[in-house]
Write a protein that binds this ligand. Structure first.
Ligand SMILES: C[S@@+](CC[C@H](N)C(=O)[O-])C[C@H]1O[C@@H](n2cnc3c(N)ncnc32)[C@H](O)[C@@H]1O
Length: 237
């Protein structure tokens, strides 16, 4: 059991907090399958390490070398050799051939992207997947206690039919406890917005749902069991 105040680890590059526990969608990514796996925005690589322990071959990407160095050392200590790391800012880099991966995970990264940039990122991931390959995405929602002030604004935008009601250009106006370690733009997603983005970029949706973060996020942040959203999409052709 992880102590409440140890569930979140600040990233070394002030890009939010890494989680030490693995959510249900990321857990499915760790299950063994032939072929190569890719994790984008791996930070300390807790999920990548689990996939390696399950026998998978994994490429881990992150935009700050310090994290990847630590991950490589941990994998070495554990005798896990099927790891490659690539430092790059997604989706500008890294670049791979089409149909290179069996599974791709992007966990709690796309909520730093605008709706249009998410679309570009999903198109790239779709191209990198083998036919039959799966993309696993997890993002934060606005349904957290520290973002409650934004919920009425978000719901008004949703009623008005805005395609990306969770885009926030001024996080510190809406939240003033955890946003010191957040970038200047965040984008809280939900089941509808992510499903539309996956369908628009050619994925068949295998599963999509909210994630109850009890025991995974500091209890002070838990609102109503919709704290995060997860989706699995399959490339069918
Ligand atoms: C909130 S942390 C999540 C880390 C880890 N995936 C997790 O779920 O705990 C978000 C991470 O995404 C990384 N990130 C943000 N934009 C990125 C990009 N364009 N390319 C690669 N990584 C990015 C940041 O460096 C940050 O550490």
């Amino acid at each position: 059991m992880v102590e409440d105040n140890q569930l979140f680890v600040p990233t070394l590059n002030q890009q939010g907090y890494a989680t030490v526990t693995i959510d249900p969608f990321s857990k499915k990514f760790t299950e063994y399958a032939d072929g190569t796996f890719l994790e984008i925005g791996a930070a300390f690589g807790y999920t990548t390490l689990k996939a390696l322990e399950n026998g998978a071959t994994v490429i881990a990407n992150y935009m700050d070398d310090r994290h990847l160095k630590a991950l490589s050392e941990t994998a070495k200590e554990k005798g896990l050799s099927k790891l490659q790391t690539i430092t790059a800012q997604f989706p500008i880099g890294p670049d791979f051939d089409a149909k290179s991966f069996r599974k791709i995970l992007i966990c709690r990264v796309l909520h730093f992207f605008s709706g249009e940039n998410i679309k570009q990122a999903l198109k790239k991931a779709h191209n990198w997947l083998e036919v039959g390959g799966e993309l696993y995405v997890v993002c934060e929602t606005t349904f957290l206690t520290n973002w409650q002030k934004f919920i009425p604004e978000y719901e008004n935008r949703k009623r008005a039919g805005e395609p990306f009601p969770g885009e926030i250009n001024n996080p510190k106006f809406w939240e003033n406890t955890w946003s010191d370690n957040l970038p200047e733009f965040v984008h809280w997603l939900d089941v509808d917005t992510l499903s539309n983005l996956f369908t628009e970029t050619g994925f068949e949706i295998v599963e999509v749902d909210y994630i109850n973060r009890a025991g995974q996020f500091p209890s002070s942040l838990l609102l109503d069991g919709r704290e995060s959203v997860g989706i699995i999409g399959r490339r069918v052709k």
